[in-house]
Design a protein around this ligand. Structure first.
Ligand code: KIV
Ligand code: ZN
Length: 518
């Protein structure tokens, strides 16, 4: 059993993802989370590339003390000096130097011969060693390099003092058996390789980054380079969460572990998505929105009876919210009955039969069935035309400063209009807070989206939201040329549904046709 070093390059290679730029402050926040996650090495940036990158590496080196902090440099003296300066205050600095070794790159990109490449690699490692004992050397485009030449360069780098040798599959071209063969050859042919840490860095152009990384581990590699959510150049890098969870879930097969606190995985993924605006696709392994959602009836039934029937790990293990049974056209009676029970209804066999029939009809027209649909089905009412108990009479907001303020006047049924003022982090939050004071309802916002429904500057802003009120998930929609107004209307829409649901429930209770759960 070996302890695999997790080298996280989210802040360097990951940030090279189109649109993933982070400010130095955001990088520092992410670095603290990577520390909490338990990564061994944080590659904080490429200091010579910009003053911002330099600043980010320097502040991370200063503030984040447990993991090794690495900075990238080409083989030039200028790059290495700049990276060393950025790392000056690090508790555990690592200089990471790289040069391409494939003939394609040497000829067309660098315009140098193999001998020159060999010399530059060795010299750069020597220079880096003057600053720190922890020096990593990467042979860019290693997997498309002549293997005999790759062995020579790696040997020269080790002789010059490299302590980690990294084999990048820079363009995501390698196939797992090829990766195994490269690592095996290096381990057999290179003098001194047993004394260093061998690493891989795989890109995902063919979707094989994680497979190549794990095959390399099987072949003897002990450091894996990866990014959170698999972000990175083009199709991205090997995904940290997929590598770590495969090592954990298939531990009996692979026999290695990492120092990652897996319960921090989901939080880390969410933070990165928040900072970059790049969200993992819904079906992304481990951290996607649907990674622990089950819709097929047979699957839902199985998970209800024993979760391991269709779940190889629990969502809790990666810190994700619990298993979601998504009600849709593939859901069965068991899942429907369970959701009604969670909403507080114990249905008789006849009611369940009737609801299930209506549910199936509705599910043919609507992809996802929400709690409000179930309540509608049960009570034969329609939520769409739920009475508007709360109506917006007036809205005024002051925003643009540190906090925003909103004054909301609401009509409540046939009673007098009432008004409240509240502050919040933005005008929408302030307006929602004012409404909460007036309605005295506890609302948990689960989802909120604004989009321009029409083109142009005077576009109609459409707000769709999902909120949890009284333990039920309800949707709200509103549209206006003013997005705060649209948001308030969407919020009131959901609250009016909640009031109506209460009314329907009260009526049903009076008629005593349902037994209520606790
Ligand atoms: O993909 C690559 O080759 C790299 C190196 C700089 C390690 O990112
Ligand atoms: Zn890379």
């Amino acid at each position: 059993m070996a302890r695999i070093t997790v080298f996280d390059t989210t802040l360097r290679d990951g940030e090279q993802s189109p649109g993933a730029t982070m400010t130095p402050a955001e990088k520092l926040r992410m670095a603290h989370q990577l520390d909490a996650l338990g990564v061994d090495v944080i590659e904080a940036g490429f200091p010579v590339s910009s003053p911002d990158d330099f600043g980010a590496v320097r502040s991370i080196a200063r503030d984040v003390r447990r993991p090794v902090i690495a900075a990238l440099a080409r083989t030039t003296e200028g790059d290495i000096e700049r990276a060393a300066q950025a790392l000056a205050e690090a508790a555990r600095p690592r200089l990471h130097v790289f040069i391409a070794t494939s003939d394609l790159h040497l000829r067309h990109k660098l315009g140098i011969a193999r001998d020159e490449c060999l010399e530059r690699a060795a010299r750069a490692v020597e220079l880096a060693r003057r600053h720190t004992d922890d020096v990593e050397f990467s042979a860019e485009d290693a997997t498309r390099s002549d293997i005999a030449f790759l062995c020579r360069v790696v040997e020269a780098a080790i002789e010059a003092g490299a302590t980690t040798i990294n084999i990048p599959d820079t363009v995501g071209y390698a196939y797992p058996s090829e990766m195994r063969s490269i690592i095996t050859t290096l381990r057999e042919a290179v003098k001194g390789i047993e004394g260093i840490v061998l690493s891989v860095h795989c890109h995902n152009d063919l979707g094989l980054a994680v497979a190549n990384t794990l095959t390399a581990v099987e072949a003897g590699v002990r450091q894996v380079e990866c990014t959170v959510n698999g972000i990175g150049e083009r199709a991205g890098n090997a995904s940290m969460e997929e590598i770590v969870m495969t090592l954990k879930v298939r531990g009996e097969l692979l026999g290695h572990d990492t120092g990652i606190n897996t319960k921090e995985i989901y939080r880390t993924s969410q933070l990165l998505a928040l900072l970059t605006g790049i969200h993992p696709q819904p079906n992304k392994a481990i951290v996607g929105k649907n990674a622990f959602a089950h819709e097929a009836g047979i699957h839902q039934d199985g998970v209800i009876k024993h979760r391991m029937t269709y779940e190889i790990m629990t969502p809790q293990l990666v810190g994700a919210p619990g298993t979601r049974l998504v009600l849709g056209k593939h859901s069965g009676r068991h899942a429907l009955e369970r959701r009604y029970r969670e909403l507080g209804y114990e249905l008789s066999r006849e009611d369940l039969d009737r609801c299930y029939r209506l549910f199936k009809l509705l599910a043919d027209q609507k992809k996802t069935i929400l709690d409000e649909d179930l309540i509608t089905i049960l009570h034969h009412g329609t939520m769409e035309d739920s009475p508007q108990v709360f109506r917006l009479a007036e809205l005024e907001v002051v925003c643009g400063g540190r906090t925003s303020e909103a004054r909301v006047r609401l009509a409540n049924g046939s009673g007098p209009e009432r008004e409240a003022t509240a502050t919040g982090d933005g005008p929408i939050a302030a307006a929602f807070a004012a409404i909460d004071t007036l309605t005295e309802m506890t609302v948990e916002l689960e989802d909120f989206t604004i989009r321009a429904a029409t083109p142009g500057r005077d576009a109609l802003g459409e707000v769709q939201l999902r909120a949890r009120v009284d333990g039920k998930t309800l949707t709200g929609r509103g549209a206006s040329t003013d997005v705060v107004d649209a948001a308030v209307r969407a919020y009131l829409h959901a609250l009016n549904k909640a009031v109506y649901a209460r009314e329907l429930e009260a009526r049903a209770l009076e008629e005593s046709s349902y037994l209520w759960g606790v």
